[in-house]
Design a protein around this ligand. Structure first.
Ligand SMILES: [Zn+2]
Length: 141
C-alpha cells in the first residue's frame, strides 16, 4: 500500500536550502513523504505540468521515502533534499517569462566501470575532486 503524508521536518530543511538555490523565482514546491514498504528511490523530484499544475497550483513535487528518512542522519537528509532541489532549473525566455525545468544528474555511471577504469570521464573526475574537497574541508573543522 502506498500513501503519502507531510512532515514538517522535511519542509524545515528545505526552507533552509531553498534561498541558496539561485533560481530566478520561487517555484511552488510540495514536499511529501512516501509511505511504502519498498521504493525504487530515496527521493524524487517531479515537475507538475499541464492540467496537474493548473489544478494543484504546484510546480514541483518532491518526495522522500519514509523508510530511508526514518533512519537517515541529518547530513543524509540535507544531502537528499539538496539533491532533489537541484533537479529544479529556471531560465528566462526572451519575453522575460521564467521557464522551469528538470535537470539531469551531473554523473551517471556503473560502479563496475569505475572499479575497472577509475574516474575516466570529466564528470567523474569532477565528482572525485568534489569528494576530495569535501573530505579535506571536514578535516579542517
Ligand atoms: Zn536525482
Amino acid at each position: 500500500m502506498t500513501e503519502y503524508r507531510e512532515l514538517s521536518e522535511v519542509n524545515k530543511i528545505a526552507e533552509e536550502l531553498i534561498p541558496k538555490m539561485g533560481w530566478l523565482d520561487l517555484p511552488r514546491i510540495k514536499f511529501l513523504v512516501l509511505i511504502a514498504d519498498r521504493s525504487s528511490y530515496l527521493g524524487k523530484c517531479s515537475k507538475a505540468t499541464g492540467k496537474w499544475r493548473h489544478l494543484t497550483n504546484v510546480d514541483y513535487v518532491i518526495e522522500v521515502w519514509d523508510n530511508y528518512w526514518a533512519t537517515a542522519t541529518d547530513n543524509q537528509k540535507r544531502a537528499l533534499l539538496l539533491h532533489e532541489l537541484l533537479h529544479i532549473t529556471s531560465r528566462e525566455k526572451d519575453d522575460g517569462t521564467i521557464v522551469w525545468g528538470i535537470r539531469k544528474h551531473d554523473v551517471e555511471e556503473f560502479l563496475r566501470v569505475v572499479e575497472q577504469y577509475g574516474a575516466w570521464s570529466l564528470p567523474l573526475e569532477e565528482l572525485l575532486k568534489a569528494h576530495i574537497e569535501y573530505e579535506s574541508s571536514k578535516q579542517e573543522i
